[in-house]
Design a protein around this ligand. Structure first.
Ligand code: FO1
Length: 323
């Protein structure tokens, strides 16, 4: 017999993570799921504070996301960017007219002294999102990409250089001075937290900035809720983004097993795609539970199905761990 799950915490980064987040948001009640978002991608650009992963999640949860790119807003226009180009401004990072309203609102609020947590809560509320969306920290953390040509700031590597440079390692500048968002710390200690989900985001640049925050791994391990990750790799390839390319460049095998090994003893369970069912036993031999289920999320129904499968898996782990 399994009992209904109470509260769930979902760790998420960019576009891949936001898909499962949307599934969870659709199958859970408001108040049942909290989203913990990577802020290592955040940067200052054109005088504005840009928080790409927060905005991708906010737009996805409010049905405002651009369906072609997964980031930015739907029905976007680019008049400001075109005028900027005419004036010789920087246009490699594409900020749409409607998207600019978010960056303006955030930048002004931060300048007034509001925390990123407060600004994000206000944006989420104005976009009609009933679930808490929490930045991993209120202090600035900047993901830096080590490459053969030297270190690059994340968006220079990701957008300007289109992930072309071979990566040699990662650094999360400011992480040592950053504190875990206090609301996350409280949730991790809450007795009704029943599950922690690591969404299928890039392990190196979307999830590791979260896990590297001082005390985060220990707080996740100390939580009574099981930690379950969904593989961002299917049959050796990433659905979107540079995860598989990074694995090859780092000399790590390009498969879902390597992702499970990367998270290691943090995990109680790992979800593989059905196409990788042959890896279930190898993942279990790492000392965690494992299942294989369809993880490719093309439709809203796919996202909800994966969310339900993830919650079932958590229930199964909770039940089998019960005294
Ligand atoms: N990604 C791109 O590939 N090109 C862009 O021009 C771009 C602009 C952009 C603007 C606002 C925003 O919130 C996100 C944007 N992204 C863009 C996506 C973003 O940089 C990455 O997807 C994430 O940082 C990786 O998770």
């Amino acid at each position: 017999m399994t009992r209904p799950l109470r509260r769930i915490l979902a760790l998420t980064g960019g576009v891949g993570g936001a898909k499962l987040a949307l599934g969870l948001a659709n199958v859970l009640q408001p108040g049942q799921v909290t989203f913990l978002v990577n802020t290592g991608d955040d940067f200052d650009h054109l005088g504005l504070r840009i928080c790409p992963d927060i905005d991708t999640l906010l737009y996805t949860l409010s049905d405002e996301a651009n369906p072609e790119t997964g980031w930015g807003r739907r029905n976007e226009t680019w008049h400001c960017l075109e005028a900027l180009d005419q004036l010789g401004g920087e246009t490699w990072f594409r900020l749409g007219d409607r998207d600019l309203a978010t960056h303006l609102t955030r930048t002004l609020a931060l300048a007034r002294g509001e925390s990123l947590t407060a600004v994000t809560a206000s944006l989420a509320s104005h976009l009609g999102i009933p679930h808490p969306v929490l930045p991993m920290t209120d202090q600035p953390v900047a993901t830096m990409i080590g490459t053969a040509q030297g270190e690059l700031a994340f968006q220079q590597y990701f957008v300007r250089d289109r992930c072309a440079p071979a990566v040699t390692g990662f650094r999360f500048a400011g992480s040592e001075q950053a504190g875990i968002n206090p609301q996350i710390e409280a949730l991790l200690a809450a007795p009704d937290l029943d599950g922690i989900v690591i969404c299928p985001s890039n392990p190196f640049v979307s999830v590791d900035p979260i896990l590297t925050l001082p005390g985060m791994r220990a707080a996740l391990a100390a939580a009574s809720a099981p930690v379950v990750a969904v593989s961002p790799i299917i049959q050796g390839a990433a659905v979107k983004g540079p995860t598989a390319k990074m694995m090859a460049e780092l000399g790590v095998p390009q498969d879902a097993l390597a992702v499970a090994r990367h998270y290691g003893d943090l995990l109680d369970g790992f979800i593989l795609d059905s196409h990788d069912a042959s890896l279930v036993e190898a993942v279990q031999s790492l000392g965690m539970d494992a299942i294989a289920t369809p993880t490719l999320m093309l439709t809203l129904q796919d996202k909800m199905n994966l969310a339900l499968a993830t919650l079932d898996f958590i229930s199964h782990i909770v039940t089998s761990n019960a005294p």
